[in-house]
Design a binder for this molecule. Structure first.
Ligand SMILES: [Zn+2]
Length: 208
């Protein structure tokens, strides 16, 4: 009888250990940090006042120097053309650019790619007389598998891979009568616009 009670106690203990182990594993695996986390990461400002002093370097024409306010603005801005995050999988830049890697660096010299989600909405609509158009993103190594897009509906039909907009000429009047559209209906002369025919060569891995 005693041994049964004892073995049950041992089983319960091991079971509890398993459950708590699993719980702590899932916690770290998802990197969830609750608001009541007692070990909150310490917020250390990594934009340094020492960067205001000019530093000469042989690799740069101008001395390395930056204003603290400008650097802080650049550190926190998500992208040059987007102030905040636009996807749930993104980490705010202010959180991502912390730690020793980003200490005492000139923020202006850090990579800051433009947000593609904003750039694609500067592409003008590709007008067509066809009911079905195809898009391969321009082909070549930067393209995507060719897909076919139906343009029957009176709306801008965008490619689900790269977001390029297409519309049928039949709906031009209707689209032009709308107060605003998600893509410009004609070329605006924006530097972000890409030419309609990007392909230069036809071979499989041809460069654009
Ligand atoms: Zn596409």
């Amino acid at each position: 009888m005693l041994s049964t009670a004892r073995s049950r106690a041992i089983w319960q203990l091991s079971r509890r250990a398993q459950v708590s182990a699993r719980r702590s594993y899932s916690y770290t695996a998802n990197e969830q940090r609750g608001t009541n986390d007692p070990n909150k990461p310490k917020e250390v400002p990594n934009v340094s006042k020492t960067n205001e002093l000019p530093t000469e370097t042989i690799h740069q024409d101008a001395p390395l120097q930056e204003n603290v306010e400008d650097a802080e603005r650049l550190r926190v801005a998500q992208a040059p053309n987007r102030a905040t995050t636009w996807s749930r999988s993104q980490k705010p830049r202010g959180q991502a650019m912390t730690g020793p890697r980003f200490e005492q660096t000139i923020m202006e010299l850090q990579p800051a790619p433009q947000a593609a989600i904003s750039l694609i909405h500067k592409q003008p609509v590709r007008w067509t007389h066809e009911r079905v158009v195809s898009c391969d993103g321009g082909g070549g190594p930067l393209g995507h598998p060719r897909i076919f897009i139906n343009t029957d509906k009176p709306q801008i039909c965008q490619c689900t891979y790269c977001g390029l907009p297409f519309a049928n000429e039949h709906h031009r009047k209707h689209l032009e009568s709308l107060p605003e559209t998600s893509y410009p209906l004609s070329a605006q002369g924006d530097v972000a616009e890409i030419p309609e025919s990007q392909r230069i060569t036809n071979e499989a891995l041809g460069q654009r």
